[in-house]
Every structure is written in structure tokens, then in C-alpha cells.
Design a protein around this ligand. Structure first.
Ligand SMILES: [Zn+2]
Length: 245
């Protein structure tokens, strides 16, 4: 047995050093648990090694236990008894993949605005879930999700404008909230009405707007948030630039 080297569980005659590595998730130095090795046929990544060994490892830090990939450069040992043995030393070439999330491009801008306009937050969370459902061919669920998203957008915006009436708004039907609280801007009133009509088609047994589909619903929802953003941006400039006279 080679000292300070362990056998790669699934590879014959392949050993690796048990040096500590920094976990890319929790930044702790620890000797990871090694699960599986793969010798890459091609030189990859920054290390630029020939046939590097890539190990799938688990961080041994108690509160982390996250997995990542560690890349090792191969060395050939000339020392005797075990015969020529490949072994490896750790390098800084530790890397990992972050979770891949597909975000809908169309609401990315509004997502960046959440800090300034917190009433977008629930809408964006729900919209993303509906988007994920739609991406996974769950059209029925997606339609209901988009319907819920528009309700949260309209109600939370109405609450933002009329904080003293938040409880009433929460328990009032979407169409009524639109009529009662969004009529100050004609375009906003008209487009949010259409969003609620098409949204209702996604949850009601009988469809009223034949020939309109989930893409139309998404379009009117986006026009609604664009209109809210226009109204709020104008307000921002009016507040920032007081009339000097
Ligand atoms: Zn860790």
C-alpha cells in the first residue's frame, strides 16, 4: 500500500493523494470523500494536463457535504514493488458546476428591479414556476401559474399604492381590484383587464376567448408589467427632478 495515497475506487492501479482541498462550496480545507474517477481522454480546463484524472468527490465538512469535481494531473511512479503505478497530486484545478436554471428572458429586467419595486417579487417567483412548468410541457399547470402571477402582480401593486387598504385588496376579486385601483391609468386599466380575462380562461371550465392561447396570456401579462414599470419610472423622474419654479 502506498502511503498517503488511496486507490481510486473504480479504477485499477490508479491512486490519488489524500491532500486537503478547498471545497468550492464552503471554502473549507478538508480531505474529501472520493467516490468515482474518470480519466479524461483530452486535456481540459485550466490545468492543461494530459489525460487528467477527474474525481467526483464529496466535501467532508459536516454542514456542507456538497459534491464537486476535482481534477488531478497524472504522474507515473518508477519506484519498485508495486510496479509502475500511476498516481496523482492535487492542484488548484478544482472546479464545480453551479446549478443550471433557465430563467425566462422576458422578466429578467423586472427581476433586477425587485429591490426598488418589491411588489414585483411574488409575481416573478410565480411566473418563473409557471415558466418551468411550461418548459416541461405542463401547459395546463403553466396556464394556472400565469393566472396566479397576474393576480399577485396586480394585487401587490394595488397594495403598494393603497397600503391602508391592503386587507380589502387581498380579499377582493382580481377584476374588481383592477377596476377600483388601476383606473388612474387608462392603458394600465385596459391591459390588466385583458390579462385577467385570459388568465381566467386558464382556470375556468368554459373558455371565453377562443383563438387566444397561453402565448397571448403571457403577452398581456408582460404588457401589464411594462405599463406598471412605465408609470413608476415616470413617478421616479418626477420625484427626482422637482420643478425648479
Ligand atoms: Zn464544503
Amino acid at each position: 500500500m502506498m502511503e498517503n495515497y488511496s486507490k481510486v475506487p473504480n479504477l485499477d492501479n490508479v491512486y490519488f493523494t489524500e491532500d486537503a482541498l478547498e471545497c468550492p462550496h464552503c471554502q473549507t480545507n478538508m480531505v474529501p470523500k472520493f467516490l468515482f474517477g474518470y480519466i479524461c481522454p483530452n486535456s481540459i480546463l485550466e490545468m492543461n494536463a494530459e489525460n487528467p484524472l477527474v474525481l467526483f468527490v464529496i466535501c467532508t465538512q459536516k454542514n456542507c457535504k456538497a459534491s464537486f469535481l476535482a481534477e488531478y494531473k497524472i504522474e507515473i511512479s518508477s519506484s519498485g514493488k508495486i510496479g509502475p503505478v500511476k498516481y496523482f497530486y492535487s492542484t488548484s484545478g478544482v472546479y464545480y458546476y453551479s446549478e443550471y436554471e433557465e430563467y425566462p428572458d422576458e422578466i429578467e429586467y423586472y427581476e433586477k428591479m425587485i429591490k426598488k419595486r418589491p411588489f414585483y417579487k411574488s409575481f416573478i417567483d410565480i411566473y418563473k414556476e409557471a415558466f418551468t412548468a411550461e418548459s416541461n410541457s405542463l401547459g395546463q399547470i403553466a396556464g394556472m401559474g400565469y393566472r396566479k402571477a397576474i393576480e399577485f402582480l396586480v394585487k401587490e401593486y394595488a397594495m403598494h399604492l393603497n397600503s391602508e387598504k391592503a386587507e380589502t385588496i387581498a380579499s377582493t376579486a382580481l377584476g374588481t381590484v383592477i377596476n377600483n385601483y388601476l383606473s388612474f391609468d387608462e392603458e394600465l386599466l385596459n391591459i390588466s383587464k385583458r390579462a385577467s380575462w385570459l388568465g381566467n380562461d386558464e382556470v375556468h371550465y368554459l373558455k371565453k376567448w377562443i383563438g387566444k392561447d397561453i402565448n397571448d396570456l403571457k403577452k398581456v401579462i408582460l404588457l401589464t408589467i411594462q405599463t406598471i414599470e412605465r408609470v413608476e419610472s415616470i413617478k421616479d423622474y418626477i420625484n427626482d427632478m422637482k420643478d425648479p419654479r
